[in-house]
Design a protein around this ligand. Structure first.
Ligand SMILES: Nc1ncnc2c1ncn2[C@@H]1O[C@H](COP(=O)(O)OP(=O)(O)O)[C@@H](O)[C@H]1O
Ligand SMILES: [Mg+2]
Length: 297
């Protein structure tokens, strides 16, 4: 296994940028989120080691990697579901360990998961305000106001729904993702984590979601976009963290990497990984597996 971190794949010639000091961010201002040499183990399993990345307002940080790369582990740490076991995790310059998603939300970090927690038969506006309902002085639901806000917030994101009274289950997958993004924006998120929002979507729907990622960015959020598709990441991303088997294999500003290079890093790794995995499955051939692992490193 590789013991070098932050090294590009040998077949691609890409220059790496140091993680620290992003020049285009106001000097002295701390990053919205900064991870330094973060690691996480589950018992004996090392899910993540020595991972560093930054998230800034009005920027999209993409996290790329195949299955088992450590993407979900990474965002669970940021979203307060798990705690890191090494390195530092800072929010606006302050070192933190979050103990719950509630604490993450209170710090302005919202996560939208692929299996959205929506109630399909409930109207869009009810889902929008789920758990944070507006009430009048006597405790009654302020339905009119919630509908108005839902419609307005969706409009501000460029989503024109005729009727916010329709069940959210009637919306397409892409539209549901967009409602979740608009919701996070409305409830004051500073950082927005999107875990594989385009994975289950077709080309057109993916395009729609990518558009709302840019809207959220333009509204000043720091977006963390998790995907295994470089073709989705590249058009919207400002920087790219590539993970493989829990380690960073590169962290690039967009100006320092092209789409073919990004794809090459992803694809080259995936093919070798798959081959090694297949050999492991059929058993034996340890020397061959070692060879492949060495080629990857
Ligand atoms: N709760 C857990 N307990 C033990 N191992 C885990 C747990 N969650 C993830 N892992 C392991 O950590 C590694 C990274 O997984 P994960 O973060 O889910 O990757 P990804 O989201 O990129 O597919 C995998 O080897 C996985 O089996
Ligand atoms: Mg995952």
């Amino acid at each position: 296994m590789s013991n070098t971190t932050n090294t590009a794949h040998p077949t691609t010639q890409v220059v790496e940028v140091p993680v620290t000091d992003t020049p285009d961010i106001a000097a002295g201002a701390p990053h919205l989120i900064a991870l330094r040499d973060v690691g996480k183990h589950y018992g004996n399993v090392i899910a993540l080691s020595d991972v560093s990345m930054d998230v800034d307002a009005g920027r999209v940080t993409c996290v790329l990697g195949d299955n088992g790369a450590g993407k979900s582990t990474l965002i669970k740490i940021i979203a307060g579901l798990h705690q890191h076991s090494a390195g530092t995790f800072s929010i606006q310059g302050e070192e933190r360990t979050l103990s719950s998603p509630r604490e993450a939300l209170d710090s302005g970090i919202a996560a939208v998961y692929q299996d959205l927690a929506v109630v399909p038969l409930m109207p869009i506006w009810r889902n929008f305000f789920l758990g944070s309902e507006l009430r009048g002085p006597l405790g009654a639901l302020n339905v009119k106001e919630m509908k108005r806000i839902t419609k307005q917030e969706l409009l501000d994101m460029g989503i024109d729904l005729r009727d916010v009274d329709q069940p959210i289950g009637t919306l397409s997958g892409g539209e549901k993702q967009c409602v979740a993004i608009a919701r996070a924006v409305y409830f004051g998120a500073k950082a927005l984590i999107l875990d594989e929002p385009t994975a289950a979507l077709g080309v057109k729907q993916s395009g729609v979601v990518l558009k709302y990622i840019l809207r959220a960015r333009d509204r000043g959020l720091g977006v963390i976009f998790i995907t295994h598709n470089p073709h989705h990441a590249y058009p919207v991303g400002d920087r790219f963290l590539l993970l493989r088997r829990g380690k960073s294999i590169g962290y690039f500003e967009k100006t320092d990497i092209t789409l073919p290079e990004l794809t090459g890093l992803m694809a080259g790794g995936a093919e070798l990984e798959e081959l090694a995995h297949e050999l492991e499955q059929v058993g034996g051939q340890d020397d061959r597996i070692e060879e492949i692992r060495a080629a990857e490193a």
